[in-house]
Design a binder for this molecule. Structure first.
Ligand code: NAD
Ligand code: DAU
Length: 355
């Protein structure tokens, strides 16, 4: 079985990927994660006795550490999930986004290049570096424009998107300059279990359960293309197995929804699962001042990955959202753990001036 070094595997998508990979015996996994506020090792607690899974606390920015781990574990592939990921935080403090997403990815590429150049020719040919990126690098669409394709020009609008775009360019450059066998995936908004509750869907679920207001930026008509996290993880597996090196693959949910619709759907599910007399959770909806530079619409054209690799999203949004709400209801210990003082400070910083 192949060994894969996963970065950022204690976060939302990385943890779901590792759990799926180990359940299906896809790979041995080495997980390198800095353990920022967005991570949670509880996500991976069920792997504590799995001898084919190893966790190392570390920073992708640290070339010495990454080089040591590559030499020690000799992975056949690297999947780079590690990043600072929240757009609102990138507006308050962009510095860490540049450090991890740009400099960190660059240093990870450097350590990978040194390791890869020492491999045998056969191992060099089989090696893959898969960089997980976002649709936000393509900018914002109007309602009439066609969905983002792999050849849509980059036009990032937030510090987060700009940092991911810069990282994508370095990955591309390492393929063209050094022939490092890279792959890049650009996916739309993920949702599902284990997402840190700074993002729209888990924030709405937890605020509603606490009887707190449900903040909607601007007019609530911004559109996102929601992708169930397990569908995303399966796409990544296919790309690493069958993707053509040097190429990028767009991954989307074929599921465009306005933010207001998403929040209303969550409220309707909660009205059904935890009804309260003479009360609908939708009465908590609160329109608040907009996010600066807020992209109006994202939509992914995923015809390339469907045509070339046979992937398409399986989950339907209504059932995926219901499963997600149910997961947060069933995992109150996880929720309590992440709703710490630091999280409360973030809520204060982001929402206090929006009242
Ligand atoms: P997340 O914020 O939930 O988790 C990120 C993880 O990376 C955390 O465990 C954190 O500790 C780790 N990390 C941060 N800086 C690190 C560093 N310097 N070294 C090592 N580890 C570090 O993120 P996510 O939502 O799981 O996103 C994973 C990847 O997918 C990111 O690259 C993100 O840009 C991309 N992406 C996410 C979405 C989405 O909707 N969540 C959509 C498109 C693309
Ligand atoms: O598109 C992919 C991107 O999706 C990823 O690259 C990012 O890492 C991920 O965070 C996500 O970015 P968004 O900014 O789209 O996600 P977020 O959940 O923060 O917001 C979704 C939409 O909901 C967006 O239009 C802003 C809006 N929103 C968000 C929050 C947190 C609100 O209206 N109210 C809120 O309180």
């Amino acid at each position: 079985m192949q060994t894969v070094l996963v970065t950022g595997g204690a976060g939302f998508i990385g943890a779901n990927f590792i759990l799926l990979a180990r359940q299906n015996n896809w790979f041995n996994i080495i997980n390198v994660d800095k353990l920022t506020y967005a991570s949670n090792l509880e996500n991976l607690a069920e792997l504590q006795n799995d001898t084919n899974y190893h966790f190392v606390q570390g920073d992708i920015d640290n070339v010495e550490l990454v080089s040591y781990l590559l030499d020690k574990y000799q992975p056949n592939a690297i999947i780079n999930f590690a990043a600072e990921t929240h757009v609102d935080r990138s507006i308050f403090s962009p510095q860490t986004f540049i450090q991890t997403n740009v400099v960190g990815t660059f240093n990870l590429l450097e350590a990978t290049r040194f390791y890869w150049q020492k491999l045998s020719l056969q191992n060099q040919q089989q090696f893959r570096f898969l960089h997980v990126s976002t649709d936000e690098v393509y900018g914002s669409l109007s309602t009439q424009e066609p969905a983002f394709r792999e050849d849509t020009p980059y036009a990032p609008n937030s510090p987060y998107a700009a940092s991911k775009a810069a990282a994508d360019h370095f990955v591309r450059a390492y393929y063209h300059t050094y022939k490092l066998p890279t792959l890049t995936t650009n996916c739309s908004n993920n949702y599902g279990m284990r997402q840190f509750p700074e993002k729209l869907i888990p924030l709405t679920i937890l605020n509603a359960l606490d009887g707190k207001s449900l903040p909607i930026y601007g007019d609530g008509q911004n559109i996102r293309d929601w992708l169930y996290v397990i569908d995303h993880c399966e796409a990544i597996y296919l790309v690493i197995q069958q993707g053509k090196i040097g190429e990028t693959y767009n991954i989307g949910g074929l599921n465009e929804q306005t933010n207001l619709t998403v929040v209303k759907k969550i409220c309707a599910i909660l009205d059904e699962l935890i009804p309260k007399p003479n009360f609908s959770y939708s009465s908590l909806i609160n329109f608040v001042p907009d996010r600066p530079g807020h992209d109006r619409r994202y939509a992914i054209d995923c015809s390339k990955i469907r045509r070339d690799l046979g992937w398409q999203p399986k989950e339907n949004f209504d059932s995926g959202l219901r499963k997600t709400v149910q997961w947060y209801l069933d995992n109150s210990a996880w929720v309590n753990q992440v709703s710490s003082g630091a999280y409360q400070n973030w809520l204060k910083q982001n929402y206090e001036n929006r009242k």
